[in-house]
Ligand binder design. Structure first.
Ligand code: NDP
Ligand code: GDP
Length: 329
């Protein structure tokens, strides 16, 4: 039997860690792109946390440097390529619009080109985003809902999304795009609102912090668990025909409700601790996202398995454990 070989960009991020674990458990040889950092001590913290650091092979390179991608693909010869790397934080995309355009948008074309040149038979996954719906054109968003990006991040993702569709249609590549709604976990970056909340709740509970500053509490998101969502990525690449899929829970919740659930979990009241700081407001807001994943249910047999309450509990408990041990992630 030929070995399944996967190559992941963004392997050191939240989804990269969960997907690497999933694929290692399935018996894949897992390779990942590692961009050089001066802080070598924090590299691959997530892969260590999830227990696969010594089970994957990391390759030096950068998504913006196509020569590194060509070299790595020539060495690895993957059967599946998952393009997860991005400047993924929406708020930062207004501070660094060009870098975001370069990494999150244009560099996805680097990856598509490198695959087309070196291993055109490999199956390709692009990490598209519900942020592409932005100023929503339908109350519940599916694959047929028109896009209306509201940030440099979303505009860059839209370019990468259409390039993926274009490479499928132009070159017959097995290229699929997952339009994933927000998904979180104990490995979520600390700057995203869910993790910012659960980390603060843990610190407040442990008496190390008193207040939590947030921006727009009325924004609503369709939040799922990264563990469930990375499985959907793999399912897309197991289909005979490549396609695009919305991945969502079908439930939308406000930041305020998420916050309330997290504080309640440790017996605290958010009103005693949360303050609003305008610096966390956005230049243009995505008020509400609410996904319809019926196509993924029907064709992939995928469904979200973790409830919001379970997600909040898992994240708060993980942060309590971390901060008791004085660990940071
Ligand atoms: P993270 O921010 O946790 O991870 C981003 C990854 O990209 C990191 O491994 C980072 O490396 C890497 N990266 C950034 N710039 C470069 C570069 N120039 N070259 C190589 N690698 C680079 O994101 P998530 O895991 O949460 O998300 C995965 C993907 O899915 C992203 O593309 C994101 O935009 C998209 N997405 C995420 C959603 C979510 O809710 N999580 C929703 C929809 C889409 P380093 O560790 O060195 O910083
Ligand atoms: P996004 O959907 O990819 O932008 O994910 P985020 O977790 O960064 O933000 C989700 C929503 O939470 C957005 O509508 C933000 O405006 C809102 N929000 C409110 N307060 C904060 C905050 O302090 N930090 C972040 N990151 N988002 C906040």
């Amino acid at each position: 039997m030929t070995e399944n070989i996967a190559f992941l960009t963004g392997i050191t991020g939240q989804d990269g860690a969960y997907l690497a674990k999933f694929l290692v458990d399935k018996g894949y040889a897992v390779h990942g792109l590692l961009r050089r950092s001066a802080s070598a001590d924090v590299i691959a913290t997530r892969l260590k946390w999830i227990g696969v650091y010594d089970k994957v092979t990391l390759h030096d390179g950068n998504l913006t440097d196509i020569s590194s991608l060509i070299r790595i693909l020539s060495d690895v010869r993957p059967s599946e390529v998952y393009n997860l790397a991005a400047q993924s934080f929406v708020k930062s995309s207004w501070q660094q619009p060009l870098l975001t355009g370069h990494v999150t948008g244009l560099a996805a074309a680097n990856m598509l080109e490198a695959v087309r040149i070196i291993c055109p038979e490999a199956r390709f996954y692009q990490a598209s985003s519900s942020e592409m719906y932005g100023l929503i054109q339908e109350p519940v968003q599916s694959e047929t809902t028109p896009f209306y990006p509201r940030s440099p991040y979303a505009a860059a993702k839209l370019y990468a999304h259409w390039m993926t569709v274009n490479y499928r249609e132009s070159f017959g590549m097995h290229a699929s795009s997952g339009i994933l709604f927000n998904h979180e976990s104990p490995l979520r970056g600390i700057e995203f609102v869910t993790r910012k909340i659960t980390a603060a709740v843990a610190q407040i509970k442990l008496g190390k912090q008193k207040t939590l500053s947030l921006g727009n509490l009325d924004a609503k998101r369709d939040w799922g668990h990264a563990r469930d969502y990375t499985k959907a990525m793999w399912l897309m690449l197991q289909q005979d025909v490549p396609d695009d899929y919305v991945i969502a829970t079908g439930r939308t919740t406000s930041v305020r409700e998420f916050c309330s659930l997290a504080f309640s979990h440790v017996g605290l009241n958010m009103d005693d601790h949360v303050v609003i700081d305008p610096k966390y407001l956005r230049a243009a807001e995505v008020d509400v996202l609410h996904g319809d994943a019926s196509k993924a249910h029907a064709r992939l047999g995928w469904k979200s398995e973790t409830t919001l309450e379970q997600l909040v509990t898992e994240m708060v408990e993980a942060d309590l454990t971390r901060f008791k041990l004085h660990e940071h992630l």
